[in-house]
Design a protein around this ligand. Structure first.
Ligand SMILES: C[S@@+](CC[C@H](N)C(=O)[O-])C[C@H]1O[C@@H](n2cnc3c(N)ncnc32)[C@H](O)[C@@H]1O
Length: 153
């Protein structure tokens, strides 16, 4: 297990969360699910995409943003937001081994107050004219870079 964590802000597509939980189980990072989600955790699409890996993933559910903020305050961990509105490339950030990597909801990202709460905001640059990358794919890219820097060294 790595000490890195990945947080999902009110995700609304169960297949994406299932894909991320499978990645989490395989790479050994924990996941924080910030509710409300747009689906029930018993959703069959979540189970289909996460398969038996869901049971192996270290998943913590937070009933809302405020409870997640209160929990994080007890940990001293940085919050790193992946955002299409960020200015800094994710490859330029020096990750810490206990960072929490936060990803927004598929339909709307995160609200401004969440954007401002983050200790850093990072971007995967995309070709001009395109809006965003699938959340599970962007999570795989950024977790991969964070682990390259902090685990696979
Ligand atoms: C489908 S996107 C959300 C799209 C939303 N309209 C927005 O602009 O934030 C879901 C999440 O994936 C992550 N994401 C997608 N593309 C990204 C990119 N190019 N750079 C950084 N994060 C990205 C972000 O965390 C985003 O909130």
């Amino acid at each position: 297990m790595t000490d890195l964590r990945l947080a999902l802000y009110q995700p609304d597509i169960p297949g994406n969360t299932g894909t991320i939980l499978r990645l989490a189980a395989c790479l050994g990072f924990a996941v924080d699910l910030i509710e409300p989600a747009g689906f029930d955790v018993s959703d069959r699409n979540l189970k289909r995409s996460g398969m038996d890996y869901i049971a192996a993933a270290a998943l913590t559910r937070h009933v809302n943003w405020e409870r997640f903020v209160a929990w994080r305050a007890t940990t001293g961990r940085r919050l790193i937001l992946a955002s299409t509105k960020a200015a800094d490339r994710y490859t330029d950030l020096v990750f810490r081994s206990d960072d929490i990597l936060l990803f927004g909801r598929e339909s709307a990202g995160v609200p401004d107050h969440v954007h401002e709460t983050a200790d850093a905001r990072i971007l995967i640059p995309v070709v001009k004219g395109h809006r965003s990358i699938n959340v599970a794919v962007s999570a795989a890219m950024i977790v991969g870079e964070a682990m390259r820097q902090t685990v696979w060294v």
